[in-house]
Design a protein around this ligand. Structure first.
Ligand SMILES: Nc1ncnc2c1ncn2[C@@H]1O[C@H](COP(=O)(O)OP(=O)(O)OP(=O)(O)O)[C@@H](O)[C@H]1O
Length: 504
């Protein structure tokens, strides 16, 4: 790729954070944090759930005013703490929630920030040519004339990245950019990031995936309990050391021994279910004590099947059976013993303004009587928080005040409390730190030994290899392969994803 003008003057760091503190009611989220990101460097922000990573990102991108301290972008101080001011200094943000106009072309999306002036001055064909040049320069193989809504989720993210960097920028900030990307899509994203780094742009990103840190990152800053605890060159450390620094203790973070599980009666089955446009006619059977993984790109049918199995969406054809009865709608499914952890916890999982304890007790099977027994409810909530390892001092605070990973743990704790027979999980450990992730795995292994059945959509091959008894690989709305748990490995899943070694 040709290199744009060097975004930062030689020798000047892309970002300096000096003595930044932020306090929320009852929580010191950041304590005198210092951090430097060099020019042309890929930098990771690491730490357990609640360590303060998102808060620091918000300060850097102008979304949160610090109580004390300062932020310098390319040597210039951010004086007004607004996203617009940060953008003027050259901070570009690619948010986790896609900000794509699906009804517009890729070209219009790439040039979205310039549109009023560009549209006034140039015709559509020139705009397409300009956008295609930007896409090609950054190395994103997408046609500028395509409709953005027709792209995959991963391609939409890349288009946003091109929009962010189509003018030279010293710093691009991404919050967990690989969450829910499949491995081949991560490869493309990393190639693009590599090119940006070579052209002098720095990237700062939050990650809970250590193997990715070792692939792409130059330096890492670790936060613990709101404080900066380490700054390391990734080439000079290893995952054991990073994990020890993050959690201040040794933490299991490699594959667990695979237990031999006996699978009992059929607990959940789908016969001939289809739902336009994403899911073609599919049959599935799940047995008690079994963990079934659904593996495939976004839009391949995995999440669509999970929603149908959880009663969150009605199939156009076919039928889902729980035990011996037909599955009811969403609330019916809960009373039939099915717990659902959706991919989008904000849309489908949590009532953000309600308290943590209300969110936990919400799904208790049968009519809720908690209203009339508030003390008992609170004690139950506290116990569920302890078992679900949610870091929350006060269950009566709104769930919105928890960090992202702790919100995910609340949803999980809710279904454990409800005593579900079947759990349908869509990206169950997205945003969850590595220690909590392995605690969740241990809980799932224990519960399946007691007869729980699990259907799990995951884009984390290590997770699938660690847990699944059986894997259904999806492409274009249909199952294209079925793999036995004993034969599951990240490498094999990668081959199947790429379409090499498909056996069914
Ligand atoms: N709006 C808020 N009100 C009150 N407390 C908050 C608010 N936002 C964050 N916090 C608290 O600040 C602390 C840091 O949260 P933050 O979201 O920055 O953590 P994080 O490292 O990004 O975690 P995660 O990995 O789970 O996303 C947590 O204790 C969190 O509960």
């Amino acid at each position: 790729m040709t290199s744009p003008a060097t975004p930062t003057a030689p020798g000047v760091p892309a970002l300096q954070v000096v003595d930044v503190s932020v306090t929320f009611p009852g929580v010191r989220a950041l304590r005198s944090v210092d951090m430097t990101v060099g020019a042309g460097s890929v930098h990771a922000l690491l730490g357990e759930n609640g360590a303060g990573k998102s808060t620091l990102i918000k300060v850097i991108t102008g979304a949160q005013k610090p109580d004390t301290g300062s932020v310098l972008i390319g040597g210039q101080e951010l004086r007004t703490h607004t996203p617009r001011a940060a953008q003027r200094l050259g901070v570009r943000v690619v948010h986790q929630e896609r900000q794509i106009a699906k009804d517009l072309s890729v070209a219009q999306n790439v040039l979205l920030d310039d549109l009023p002036s560009t549209a006034g001055r140039v015709g559509y064909r020139t705009m397409v040519r300009l956008a295609q040049e930007h896409l090609d320069r950054v190395g994103v193989a997408v046609d500028a004339r395509a409709l953005a809504g027709d792209l995959t989720a991963a391609q939409q993210q890349l288009v946003e990245l091109v929009r962010a960097v189509h003018r030279p920028a010293p710093l691009v900030v991404m919050d967990e950019p690989t969450a829910s990307l499949r491995r081949s899509e991560v490869d493309v994203l990393f190639r693009v990031i590599d090119g940006l780094r070579a052209a002098g742009t720095s990237l700062l990103y939050i990650s809970h995936h250590l193997h990715e840190v070792f692939e792409i990152v130059d330096r890492a800053t670790v936060l613990r309990n709101g404080a900066h605890v380490a700054d390391l060159a990734v080439a000079e450390t290893d995952s054991d050391e990073l994990v020890r620094i993050m959690f201040d203790r040794d933490v299991a973070h490699t594959r667990l021994p695979r237990p031999d599980r006996d699978h009992g009666r059929i607990t959940l089955s789908a016969n001939g279910v289809a739902r336009a446009p994403g899911l073609r006619t599919t049959d599935v059977e799940l047995r008690s004590g079994e963990i079934l993984a659904l593996c495939g790109a976004a839009g391949s049918g995995t999440s669509e099947l999970a929603e149908v199995l959880a009663g969150a969406q009605r199939p156009d054809t076919g039928m889902v059976t729980v035990g011996r009865s037909r599955l009811g709608g969403r609330s019916g499914a809960a009373s039939q013993g099915i717990g659902f952890v959706p991919a989008d916890r904000k849309a489908g999982g949590l009532l953000l303004e309600r308290s943590i304890s209300e969110n936990l007790l919400l799904s208790e099977r049968g009519p809720s009587t908690w209203l009339f027994r508030p003390r008992r409810a609170l004690a139950t909530a506290r116990e569920a928080l302890r078992r679900g390892r949610v870091r929350a001092d006060d269950p009566q605070r709104p769930v919105a005040t928890l960090s992202g990973g702790n919100q995910q743990r609340v949803i999980f704790a809710r279904w454990l409390l409800a005593g579900s027979d079947v759990l349908v999980l869509d990206q169950p450990t997205a945003g969850v730190d590595v220690a909590a992730k392995f605690e969740i795995y241990e809980q799932l292994i224990d519960l399946t030994a007691q007869g729980l059945s699990v259907v799990m959509v995951s884009s984390d091959y290590e997770e699938i290899a660690c847990l699944a008894d059986r894997v259904l690989v999806f492409r274009d709305g249909s199952v294209v392969a079925e793999v036995d748990g004993a034969e599951v490995s990240p490498e094999r899943l990668y081959q199947l994803e790429m379409g090499t070694g498909v056996t069914a």
